[in-house]
Design a binder for this molecule. Structure first.
Ligand SMILES: [Zn+2]
Length: 372
């Protein structure tokens, strides 16, 4: 069954050019803030931040370009980095719109560096929560200059009049080349997007619906492999060696409020992700709605299960070494086999966790240093 059928993506021969922009953000952040249950030896993870340049050309040759997210501000106190704007300016592009997947500081960049003709498009509720920005709204995390003099368009729920892969969808260019998807849970009206890279292939922009890919895979379609492939370097180890650090290997060590979200007892370490969205026993969580956030992850898994859809999460450093980054286009991902090459690279982040687990079956340490 093709993607169009299994995910209910309307057929179209219209595509967009996708460029993945590495906004050069790198950090070490506490894993438990984002994912749970806790894994010894993986107390911190290393996110990056991608922005996406989407270029559309219609049948009359008219070009339209938009940006999906802007990445992370460099100076969290005084300013945001002009890098993305500078690079795009250098290409002579006119950006008609910036779309924020959500309004967290590692996605909003600095719209005020763009001409006021560039619209800012946000999910519903964002204006109410953040407008018109600081100083006028004293508790807004966004400076008013980022909104000032600019059309800020809030997408209404009614505009999401399609359903793709179980998510409400909006056909941005009206020709099936680029869909915005309502991907609730992580933040107010969080958005994902689906870019048609060829007639039958797609890049799925997962925003912050998934942080580290160990919260997405393995799943019902992508089981842990018998041996873990490393691109160009053969195989590093058996998939089973990761059982030692999987929460479903010993459920007695896992806090009870994680049992259901990990699909215990129906799933196994081969078929369930290592993490779900983190939550304290008291219920405290980073997500704006944890049930929605977990449902959205299931939806992203449906897209991920399709060989014609390449899922890229905003902060996934594991595939950075294999992506065709801006100014190159990422449309040839399928031809280059990037989905297969990148699928299990996130496991390399578990080297320390495996050591800590003292699993006997590990034949060799994961050669992370050889990869990057
Ligand atoms: Zn976020």
């Amino acid at each position: 069954m093709s993607s169009a059928q299994s995910l209910n993506i309307p057929p179209s021969s219209s595509t967009v050019q996708v460029s993945i922009i590495d906004t050069t953000f790198v950090a070490r952040l506490p894993t438990g803030h984002f994912m749970g249950p806790a894994m010894k030896g993986f107390e911190k993870w290393t996110p990056v931040a991608y922005a996406f340049l989407i270029k559309h050309v219609d049948s009359s040759g008219e070009e339209r370009s938009i940006l999906f997210d802007l990445g992370t501000p460099k100076d969290l106190v005084n300013d945001f980095p002009p890098k993305v704007a500078e690079r795009v300016k250098g290409m002579g592009l006119i950006i008609e719109a910036i779309i924020w997947s959500h309004a967290h500081i590692d996605h909003i960049g600095r719209p005020s560096l763009f001409p006021t003709t560039t619209k800012l498009i946000v999910g519903s509720g964002i204006k109410q929560a953040f407008f018109p920005g600081y100083h006028t709204a004293t508790d807004s995390p966004i400076l008013s200059r980022e909104f000032a003099g600019r059309e800020v368009t809030e997408l209404s729920l009614a505009e999401f009049n399609l359903e793709i892969g179980g998510l409400k969808a909006l056909d941005y260019f009206g020709d099936g080349s680029f869909y915005l998807l309502s991907a609730l849970g992580h933040a107010i009206r969080h958005l994902n997007a689906l870019a048609r890279t060829t007639e039958n292939t797609f890049i799925y922009l997962a925003g912050d619906s998934v942080h580290h890919l160990s919260g997405l895979r393995p799943h019902g379609t992508n089981h842990l492999p018998q041996s873990v492939p490393l691109p160009g370097r053969g195989h590093c180890c058996s998939g089973a060696s990761f059982h030692a650090i999987h929460p479903l290997s010993d459920i007695t060590t896992v806090p009870e409020h994680y049992h259901d979200p990990l699909d215990y007892p129906n799933s196994t370490p081969d078929t369930a992700p290592f993490f779900t969205v983190s939550q304290k026993p008291t219920g405290e969580t980073l997500a704006s709605n944890i049930d929605d956030a977990r449902d959205t992850i299931k939806a992203v898994q449906r897209f991920d299960a399709d060989e014609n859809v390449f899922v890229v999460a905003a902060h996934d450093a594991s595939v950075r070494g294999i992506l065709d980054l801006f100014p190159n286009k990422a449309n040839d991902w399928k031809l280059k086999g990037l989905k297969e090459k990148g699928r299990w690279l996130f496991l390399c982040d578990f080297e320390q966790a495996l050591k800590v687990s003292r699993a006997d079956e590990i034949r060799a340490p994961l050669p992370r240093k050889l990869i990057w």
